[in-house]
Design a protein around this ligand. Structure first.
Ligand SMILES: *Cc1c(COP(=O)(O)O)cnc(C)c1O
Length: 357
């Protein structure tokens, strides 16, 4: 009965599926989700525990709806003269992107993105009944200013999604492309900076003051190693964020999440100290893949996108059988692998070489 009662546009939809290929026992190298390989330890873990304990002592009260302390800490963390009233926090960047599409998308409206890119952008558009216009990247997975602005002029979208660095390809976004999209777009331009802490180009948050229709999404899920906590945020002009109060549920961010995120932001430098090591490992894994004859897209993030030269689904399932998890998202032949700890990366390279021979 329920398939007939459900919204017509959802009847043929499938839920988000990130289940890896089956592996025997616990995976030795979970390199499929672009997570940090390092859980909090020692005095960092202690600080998070203290913050959580403090929050638990006030569970009878609803959270602070203004989230002033968190917005202030996030603004300070981002820098670039971002003020607390330019920050909109939520349960991961996926949730704040949902808020954005609830307020600015919807039936009769269009969002444009350029594949291959982060599939949740299209999914969140679908959830909110927003039409998705699919633009395409070049053969090298880059996106040039002309292609991007031509697509914007053709579709006149209410929202344009860009991703810098782009997931799953890892490729940076040419600053000229962002400029061209900002001049051509009639609506909001959403720049997903989930991996910006790994990026040589850095955040474009400094552009917000001159570009009132630019919205940047950020997350603590990746470089911060906070994927399990669910903390993300938008950066935009206060006037763009104000309508999000109309669509977000009251008290959407729990006291516990807020307290732990604040404690992490207080020690952001120490928690991000592993980033240079990840970048060194990225170079090492990339060089090894190239030596083994694989094409590898230029990466500005904590993952690599490489051509298996064969059946990527088959390679991914063979890797998984040995406990090495990677992501097979298309295009055909290509796989995405997260840069993990040195041991995990060794396991990946060794197993890939064995699986290919
Ligand atoms: C992982 C990822 C996110 C993170 O989403 P959260 O909801 O914050 O965990 C956002 N955008 C991109 C492109 C990602 O790859």
């Amino acid at each position: 009965m329920s398939p007939l009662l459900v919204r017509a546009d959802l009847r043929t939809a499938r839920p988000y599926d990130n289940r890896p290929f089956p592996s025997a026992g616990a995976p030795v190298a979970p390199l499929n989700n672009n997570e940090s390989p390092f859980p909090p330890r020692g005095r960092h873990l202690e600080a998070l525990r203290d913050a959580a304990a403090g929050a638990l002592a006030t569970t009878n009260r609803y959270p602070d709806t203004d989230l002033t302390a968190l917005r202030t800490a996030l603004a300070r963390y981002v820098g670039h003269d971002v003020r607390p009233d330019m920050v909109w926090p939520g349960n991961g960047s996926n949730e704040v992107l949902l808020h954005l599409l609830l307020a600015y998308g919807g039936p009769g409206r269009t969002a444009l993105g350029f594949g291959p890119t982060y599939s949740m952008h299209e999914r969140i558009a679908a959830i909110t009944g927003t039409r998705w216009a699919a633009g395409a990247r070049g053969g090298d997975f880059g996106l040039d200013a002309e292609t991007a602005s031509a697509a914007v002029r053709a579709h006149r979208p209410h929202l344009v999604f860009l991703c810098a660095p782009n997931n799953p390809t890892g490729t940076p976004l040419d600053p000229a492309t962002l400029d061209a999209v900002l001049s051509a777009a009639p609506g909001l331009v959403v720049l997903d900076e989930a991996y910006v802490e790994f990026s040589r180009l850095g955040s474009r948050a400094g552009m917000l003051s001159d570009h009132p229709r630019l919205v940047i999404s950020r997350t603590m899920s990746k470089a911060f190693g906070f994927a399990g906590i669910r903390a993300g945020f938008l950066l935009a002009a206060p006037g763009v964020l104000e309508p999000l109060r109309l669509v977000a549920l009251p008290y959407h961010l729990s006291t516990l999440t807020t307290a732990v995120a604040l404690a992490a932001l207080e020690r952001s430098e120490e928690l991000l100290a592993h980033v240079p090591g990840i970048l060194a490992e990225r170079r090492r894994v990339r060089d090894a893949l190239v030596r083994a004859g694989h094409d590898v897209a230029p990466s500005d993030a904590n993952f690599l996108f490489f051509d298996t030269g064969g059946d990527s689904t088959h390679v991914a399932s063979r890797l998984a059988a040995h406990g090495v998890l990677v992501r097979d998202l298309g295009p055909a032949g290509w796989l995405r692998v997260t840069v993990g700890s040195p041991d995990e990366n060794d396991a990946f390279l060794r197993t890939l070489a064995d699986s290919s021979s």
